[in-house]
Ligand binder design. Structure first.
Ligand code: KG4
Ligand code: ZN
Length: 340
């Protein structure tokens, strides 16, 4: 007997991207993201503007996701939404919409942890992409998080290392700001780094015990380095931008790789998956693939569209929760911070 397919509508609104996706079982039929460019002129996400933009975007984005998937709302099996972590005003737009729609259609409501979703995005059924097997290690690197997670099962995860200050995305964005690059600087640093020499300048790596990270010292080191060089030569940044970006990126990658090597040593687990916005970084993607040959690891790098915030990753967790029948009622609340 063939099982009836499961259609999940997933909604992601934790930060500054309004996103909706439709999944048929573990396959993505549509994955729509509306970026909020309004924040760029302020050099960072402005929470009040983010929630207002989510309100403007959410109906057209969901409409587009359903149309693109060619799925009618009456065919949906469940609605999944991001419960947290994130900006409260942004989360509330997604959760209120999800609640209303699940009530109107009389179908289950599923709450998803955004960080679980960055990890479980690897279970989306995509041609050319293998799925990890349990247990594996996940390195989640985004604008708000830097964690090494031991993933024992879909809903059995344990944080074994995390940042004690800035997230790695912040390290990219703040370094970019020091160099006068616009927000969000991560992708720009990546682009320029590809044209530069990663060994041109050396920055000291932080000494943090165990599997935890720290990035605030690196940011300060970069700031002092740039101030000193610019005092000697006002054109220093313009003349060396590619080399500076390559050196910063190289240092960040070394910090991440040092901790991953230690995590593999401590756990004996050699399957490594990366997730989160910073996993879009070309240097990280290449270094991780090289680690397969170098260290005998099996590494999992997500499809580009599932790295930065998206709703397909919320949908795949929704699908697993649907199978496990983990549903919420309308009293479920959004959480800016959420227990892992
Ligand atoms: O996961 P994400 O979209 O949102 C959060 O949950 O934070 O991550 C956004 C972060 C930003 O800091 C952005 O600069 C960084 O990911 N990012 C990158 C790249 N693409 C996005 N950092 C370095 N290289 C990239 N190519
Ligand atoms: Zn994210």
């Amino acid at each position: 007997m063939t099982q009836k397919p499961v259609f999940i509508l997933a909604i992601e609104s934790s930060c500054d991207d309004t996103a909706a996706a439709v999944l048929k079982d573990d396959k993505v039929l549509s994955n729509v993201v509306a970026n909020q460019l309004i924040h760029n002129e302020f050099g960072g996400v402005v929470p009040e503007l983010a929630s207002r933009a989510h309100q403007q975007n959410i109906v057209p984005v969901i409409d587009a996701a359903l149309k693109k998937a060619n799925v009618k709302k009456e065919e949906l099996s469940a609605i999944a939404f991001t419960q947290g972590p994130g900006l409260m005003g942004s989360l509330l737009v997604g959760s209120s919409f999800a609640k209303s729609l699940s009530l109107a259609l009389n179908i289950p409501l599923i709450a998803v942890n955004h960080m679980h979703a960055h990890i479980l995005a690897h279970f989306i059924n995509e041609e050319g992409f293998d799925k990890p097997t349990f247990p594996f290690l996940a390195l989640t690197i985004s604008g708000g998080h830097t964690q090494i997670v031991k993933v024992n099962g879909f809903f059995d995860m344990e944080i074994i290392g995390e940042t004690t200050d800035d997230a790695v995305g912040e390290a990219f964005d703040k370094s970019a700001k020091i160099l006068g690059l616009p927000y969000p600087g991560g992708p720009l640093v990546d682009k320029k780094a590809q044209l530069g020499n990663p060994k041109a300048f050396a920055f000291t790596k932080p000494k943090v015990p165990g599997l935890d990270f720290s990035f605030s010292g690196l940011k300060t080191a970069i700031l002092y380095f740039i101030q000193k060089k610019v005092a000697e030569n006002p054109d220093f940044i313009a003349q060396n931008i590619n080399d500076i970006c390559a050196s910063i990126q190289h240092t960040i990658i070394e910090i991440l790789m040092d901790k991953l090597k230690l995590a593999v040593k401590e756990t004996g687990i050699k399957q490594i998956a990366i997730g989160g916005g910073v996993s879009a970084n070309s240097g990280i993607r290449t270094t991780l693939k090289e680690a397969e040959k170098k260290y005998g690891w099996k590494t999992f790098v997500p499809k580009f569209e599932y790295t930065t915030d998206n709703a397909a990753m919320i949908g795949i967790v929704g699908y697993q929760k649907f199978l496990a029948e983990t549903f919420e009622d309308a009293t479920v609340v959004s959480k800016a911070r959420i227990q892992f």
